[in-house]
Write a protein that binds this ligand. Sequence first.
Ligand code: DGL
Length: 274
Amino acid sequence: MGNRLAGFIIFRKGIVMEECNKPVGVFDSGVGGISVLRELVKQMPEEDYIYLGDSIHAPYGTKPLDEVRKLTISNIQFLLGKGAKSVVVACNTATSAAVAVLRKMYPDIPLVGIEPAIKPAVLYKSNSRIVVMATPMTLRQEKFQNLMHQYEDRADIVPLPCPGLMEFVERGILDGSELEKYLTELLCTVNHKKIDSIVLGCTHYPFVKTAIQKVAGSGVLIFDGGEGTAREMKRRLSEAGLLNKNKNTGQVQFINSRNTKEEIELCEFLLGYV
Ligand code: DGL
């Protein structure tokens, strides 16, 4: 890596690369953050992206806070070492565990985390009953508790920990009877006949949205934070003068700590999955 000078990276070989042409780094504990990556690509197709999934250590959501914080920090350092000009923490769990520390460590880097999209669900219908599906860690953290308290006088917000759900996506299972059985048992615990909306507070869950909709019923509106997170990164890059000026379509590079051909194929499949 070379020196940073007035928006340019000067590599030792003398090649000068404009800071804005560097890739956007995207991180998740596994393949879930690809649901955010596809929104980023939709909104900023000219950017290059490096997507890092830490599938070998997944799930994060059932691990101790300290461990998730350490893993997240070292993965973000890896992305910055690869030359990322900005970072999206496309994992609700990693965001709640480490984003505050990361902001202190890297005050000059545009860094955007993701959090459960409670606000749009509250605005959608007054006094509604909103179920927030997320990992046990996300729901336990102060960040989520504060977010929930902010809106609890305007809606009945029901946190629903979903241990085991991200594993379906990690295995590439996006539909079928095993998944539906899991979801039926899970949603029964929150009286799913009386839900107005569901917030997907884990980036893996948009990939099983169809199955969730089937079990919850067609009248339930489902929200996720991917689009808003991508919009925020676009705003931050624009503000910092870091939007890629290239008019061509950018590239996506997948890196996964599991480092197998099958894992990278799953990543590519999920990026194209609507
Ligand atoms: N994709 C992650 C999230 O958004 C969580 C999955 C995990 O437990 O590692 O919370």
